[in-house]
Structure formats: C-alpha cells, structure tokens
Design a protein around this ligand. Structure first.
Ligand SMILES: NC(=O)c1ccc[n+]([C@@H]2O[C@H](COP(=O)([O-])OP(=O)(O)OC[C@H]3O[C@@H](n4cnc5c(N)ncnc54)[C@H](OP(=O)(O)O)[C@@H]3O)[C@@H](O)[C@H]2O)c1
Length: 269
C-alpha cells in the first residue's frame, strides 16, 4: 500500500537549484526513489558534478541555467522540452536573498530577489503548463511544489526584506495557482522549510547545534525531512491537497514562536 500511494518511480521531475543545498537533498531522494530527475543551476561545473554523483543511484541530468531573467526561463523551458515530452513534477527551489539594512537597501537587491524568488517561478510554471498537462489526468495529476520558507509564514525578523516578502508572496501565489491549474490536472502546493544546513543558511550549516537550540526538537532539517515532504506532495498521497504550503521546521514557527522556547534554550538561560 505504502509503495502504491507514495510511488514516484519513473516520474519526470525537474528541480531548479538542484545542484546543492535543499535542492540537491530533494533531487537525491527522488533519484533514489526511481524518478527521472533534472536539476538546474547557474554554475555548470557544479550542476554537472552533482548530476554525475546522483547518477550513481539512478537517472539524473544537470542543466546549466540562470533563472533570474525571462531569457533564462525560456532557455530552461526549451531545454526540458528537448529531453522530455511530458513533465510530472516541477519543484521551484532556486532562490536568493539580499541582506542590507533598511535605510540603504538598494533597488537591485529588491529586483534580484523578487525576479528569482517570485517572477521566474510564476513564468516558469506558466510556460511549463503544456508539458505538465501532457500526461496529467484527474487520477494522476502533475504536481508543482514551490519551496517557500518559514520567513514567509510567521517569522519576519530576518533582515532580507524582499526575501521574506517574496516567500510570503510565493505562499499566496501557490494558493491562486492551485485554484487555476487544478482545471488542467496540475496540483500546486508548497513547502516552507525551517533551518537546513546549506550555503544559504550558513548558521545551520556551520553551527547546527546552536541554531538547533531554537528548534523544539533540537536540530536542523535534513534530507529525509525535506525529501519526504516532497515525495508526499509529488505522489498520489496528496491528491486531495491543493494550494497548501506545508511547514517543515521541527515546530519552530508553531511551537517555539507560539510562546514556548525550546527546552534546551531555556536551560541555557
Ligand atoms: N537553507 C535553509 O535553511 C532554508 C530555509 C527556508 C527556505 N529555504 C529555501 O530553500 C531553497 C533552497 O535554498 P538553499 O538553502 O538550498 O540555498 P543554496 O544552498 O544557496 O542553493 C541554491 C540553489 O539555487 C541555485 N541558484 C541560485 N541562483 C540561481 C539562479 N539565478 N538561477 C538558477 N539557479 C540558481 C544555486 O546554484 P547556482 O548558484 O549555481 O545557480 C543552488 O543550486 C530556497 O528556495 C530557499 O529560499 C532554505
């Protein structure tokens, strides 16, 4: 039963920003689950190396691509169309941030963040609809998974203003596209990760025990946490879930920010 409900074998999956960090974790879980996985990133050498490493476990192809512009979006659409005649799962994971204090925050930081985190996500979905519709049926819909952040849910004390706003926007975009695309048998959902050890979250990467102290279950996230949630949203298991963003943060936003500090942190104090 479990294998039937959560099966993603032979699904064609595209993970943007899959060369490292959370995207790589997700890609690895899908490759090891028998999916045909395409990963993208700007740095061609890194994406090629990751694809080669993950190919040890199954099918993985790296595509060098910059999603920060409409040209990049069009390029990726052409590339994936050159490999496949349908796409089952699109995971919009690539994102960026810009940290600067409020008074001097520059327009280019705002545009860079919003272009990649929100505008490109919208247009990539729009332009991939024909490929995602191709094999989709009511019983076996295609799936879009937007990787948002807890910074767009309940935490807005992070000094990357467009990052938090773009992630909150992505959560709302997930709802509105969920409504529109269900008509085409494409279900749109999202995941809002908490702290995961990546280059974007250096604190979680370099000091996981310190950051883990803020998390009710005392740790940062891992491959199984994020990969498992994506498998759920990509598979039949979530065929009655649309427009939802699942928070995967060890209870940080719901428990810790709900007034309770992690026990470990309390002991420290
Ligand atoms: N790590 C966390 O704690 C955390 C928490 C909440 C949410 N998230 C979200 O999780 C996702 C992944 O974050 P991460 O921490 O894994 O970040 P990361 O380690 O910085 O990885 C980002 C990925 O996106 C790619 N990328 C960056 N800019 C790109 C562009 N213009 N075009 C195409 N690809 C681009 C990167 O490769 P290149 O540099 O080669 O392009 C890389 O593969 C993001 O949506 C992030 O907001 C992360």
């Amino acid at each position: 039963m479990i294998e039937e409900i959560f099966n993603v074998k032979d699904k064609v999956v595209l993970v943007t920003g899959g060369s490292k960090g959370i995207g790589r974790m997700i890609a690895e879980v899908f490759v090891k689950s028998g999916s045909k996985v395409y990963i993208t990133a700007r740095h061609g050498d890194v994406v090629a190396k990751t694809a080669e490493e993950l190919s040890e476990y199954g099918y993985c192809v790296g595509i060098q691509n910059d999603l920060s512009s409409m040209e990049g979006v069009d390029h990726l659409v052409r590339e994936i169309n050159s490999y496949e005649s349908h796409l089952d799962v699109l995971i919009n994971n690539a994102a960026t941030g810009w940290h600067e204090e409020f008074e001097s925050f520059p327009e280019k930081g705002w545009d860079k963040t919003f272009n990649l985190n929100l505008k490109s996500v919208f247009f990539l979905i729009q332009k991939l609809v024909p490929l995602m519709e191709a094999n989709a049926t009511k019983d076996d819909p295609s799936k879009v998974i937007n990787i948002a952040s807890i910074d767009g849910v309940g935490i807005a004390d992070y000094d990357s203003y467009p990052y938090t706003a773009s992630k909150a926007g992505l959560i709302h975009l997930t709802r509105s596209l969920g409504k529109v695309l269900v008509e085409k048998n494409i279900y749109v959902n999202g995941i809002a990760p908490g702290a995961f050890p990546t280059d974007m979250n250096e604190m979680a990467r370099d000091n996981p025990q310190v950051l883990g102290a803020f998390v009710p279950n005392y740790r940062v996230g891992n491959k199984e946490d994020i990969g498992g949630s994506c498998i759920y949203l990509a598979s039949k298991a979530s065929n009655y879930v649309i427009g939802e963003t699942i928070v995967v943060d060890g209870g940080w936003t719901s428990v810790a920010y709900g007034g309770m500090m992690s026990r470990h942190l309390k002991e420290e104090i």
